[in-house]
Design a protein around this ligand. Sequence first.
Ligand SMILES: *Cc1c(COP(=O)(O)O)cnc(C)c1O
Length: 219
Amino acid sequence: MEITENYNTIKKQLPSSVELVAVSKTHPVSAIQEVYELGQRVFGENKVQELMEKYPLLPKDIQWHLIGHLQTNKVKYIAEFIDTIQSVDSEKLLLEINKESHKHNRKIKVLLQVKIAEEESKFGLEIAEAKDLYQQYINGNFPDVEITGLMGMATFTDDEQQVRKEFSVLKSLFDELNHKKELKTLSMGMSDDFPIAIDCGANSVRVGSAIFGRRDYSK
Ligand SMILES: *Cc1c(COP(=O)(O)O)cnc(C)c1O
């Protein structure tokens, strides 16, 4: 099977210290099941609606990561089962996750998504905002979430130097915030740029199309 081959090829390229988030958005439950059976447990989805449809149909030991922009009013739908929300891009969202986390008597893990790309379209916190939120967290705000790291997306470009520069900015911020060694995850790199991301210090990569094939948005 093609997916199995793809998965094995990707796994071979990842050092054992690098976590793989298999990004299954737009792909059917059967494809996720196939990758699950190869031992993969961490999967990423970018839409709440799609995740809620897939979640009940798949094994309960999957660690689901939300990787797409999340509207505050949708946190409640995933709060009970989401493992990590990688796409925290506002204080308002972090407050809401904290509230829902408390309500469900758990500690949802989150990553602060930082805007490192030149492109205007990408969501994310400015570096100063990320520093401020993390400092608030260290000071005891948001007690019901666990900020485990940072996430970022580089500009979609063939210019490797540009991508490298952007990833390095996030790595520097990670090191700066992590002087007390309380952070774990630096999530950067996708199908086209994960080797560069790892080279720049990523210890978690989000790979979709290189495993599951191209996404067909017409369906
Ligand atoms: C879709 C997506 C990915 C995976 O992209 P591929 O190019 O298919 O590997 C990674 N991160 C985020 C935030 C995404 O939305």
